[in-house]
Design a protein around this ligand. Structure first.
Ligand code: FHN
Length: 442
């Protein structure tokens, strides 16, 4: 809902959701994978025996690692064990339907052989185009690819955090052209991609580029119809990000849910959105010292269920090691999530907000365009009675566990709108899913 109606040239260009096929496909994903991979995987959170306490992919900003050391890492980047097919197969088995992959993080190092930079994969001992390998392998597995791109670039001489002098502005003009060139290059090189996931767009310098960013976004959409771009790319002429000065979403979906999920449907304002999540509290690139609470498969499945129940997609991050392999902890999580997905994906894929009042046992999802409702039960009540409250005039039939389709579950009517569904005695190791069909009562 609009908070005001200021006349904006570079604000939102559309109100409400995109309803074309590409966006419908995106909306139906339910679950995705994020991969942060780059030179930062070599130090993995440690340099010369000292541990960096920040996020591993930010190690270049730490005084414990000389910039010249970081900037020479590319000479050692040689992921001889990188197998894009095994990554993509692992992602498919995990149940991911899209991947967001870092082409260039804040350090400016390009995982594709960009013509516009001397700081790319082709200058490493490995040489081969990693972005192409990822796009091709995932596409082969039926997983859609979105490319992550950091606008902020610590390597480019024209990058500025703020434009204070004429010299800054001149340098930044060069940087803007470079950014445009790289984005058009990515679209040209990898036409199969579905969208861009922008990052590093918060600095004063970029926030002032409303016109440039708006024109560039239009240009990208023109050369790649259907391209999906979230709310993190551009600011309006007043510097408002994600939501313009009128409170309207800029871009195709809300991109602000990072390591945090909405709690109720009102939090998402009727927009499309996805939430991106790390396994530890905040590590995206490979960090050899994973510390603190590490999320379990159960928790991540619960977050996926919660996201879909509120109309969003959930995206789990992986940080591969410098040799190209995926650490065993992540492989194990992917395996456990995949096992659950294999059995219960019907409750996640092509599902949406069910419009039913949330109950303490977990989350409702609804198959798009149908009357099929799923109850993803994360907290089994001691009584085994699952409360549901239906809108006036609605009833249900065919209540069963997804895992035991042959056995209908008992239910008890509490009053005109509320019922208990009774779960059988069973061992519960991961969220269980009950399916049912909503019917209209005569
Ligand atoms: O600074 C980055 C961070 O390293 C990571 O890439 C995340 C992923 O969304 N984005 C930035 C912080 O918002």
């Amino acid at each position: 809902s609009r908070r005001s109606s200021i006349n904006l040239k570079y604000g939102a260009h559309r109100l409400g959701k995109r309803e074309d096929l590409d966006m419908k496909r995106w909306r139906a994903y339910g679950f995705g994978q994020f991969i942060h991979w780059g030179l930062y995987a070599i130090p993995g959170g440690e340099w010369k025996g000292k541990e960096y306490n920040g996020a591993a992919e930010w190690i270049r900003s730490w005084e414990g690692m000389p910039k010249s050391d970081y900037d020479s890492l590319y000479l050692k980047f040689n992921p001889v064990n990188f197998s894009p097919d095994s990554w993509a197969k692992m992602a498919r088995k995990m149940g991911a339907r899209y991947i967001t992959f870092t082409t260039k993080h804040h350090d400016g190092f390009c995982l594709w052989p960009s013509k516009f930079s001397d700081y790319t994969i082709s200058k490493t001992p490995y040489q081969k185009d990693i972005v192409k390998a990822v796009v091709d392998a995932y596409t082969r597995e039926g997983i859609d690819v979105i490319l992550y791109f950091s606008v902020m670039d610590w390597h480019h001489p024209g990058w500025r955090y703020e434009l204070k002098t004429t010299e800054d502005s001149v340098a930044f003009e060069g940087f803007k052209q470079f950014t445009r060139n790289q984005l058009l290059e990515l679209l040209q090189n990898y036409p199969k991609i579905k969208g861009f996931w922008f990052d590093g767009t918060w600095d004063k310098s970029w926030v002032r580029q409303a016109r440039f960013a708006d024109e560039l976004e239009k240009e990208m959409r023109k050369v790649h119809p259907g391209l999906i771009i979230g709310s993190r790319f551009r600011a309006d002429e007043n510097g408002a990000r994600h939501f313009d000065s009128n409170g309207d979403l800029m871009g195709d979906y809300e991109q602000g849910w990072e390591r945090v999920l909405p709690n109720k449907i009102e939090d998402v304002h009727g927009n499309d959105w996805d939430a991106i999540m790390t396994v530890p509290e905040n590590q995206w690139g490979y960090n050899k010292f994973w510390k603190g609470h590490l999320k379990t498969a159960f928790e991540l499945i619960e977050m996926t269920a919660k996201s879909v129940s509120l109309g969003g997609n959930f995206v789990l991050n992986f940080g591969p090691q410098a040799d190209g392999t995926i650490r065993v902890e992540e492989q194990k999580l992917a395996g456990e999530i995949g096992e659950w997905m294999e059995q219960n994906k019907e409750a996640i894929y092509d599902c949406e907000y069910a419009g039913l009042e949330k109950q303490d046992w977990g989350y409702f999802t609804k198959k798009r365009g149908s009357e099929k409702i799923y109850m993803i039960v994360c907290n089994v009540p001691l009584s085994r009675n699952l409360r549901i409250k239906l809108p006036e005039g609605k009833g249900f039939k065919n209540v069963r566990l997804i895992s035991r389709p042959g056995q209908l579950l008992n239910s008890e009517k509490l009053n005109a709108k509320e019922y208990f569904i009774q779960l059988p005695q069973m061992e519960v190791k991961s969220p269980i899913v009950v399916e049912m069909e909503l019917i209209s009562k005569q």
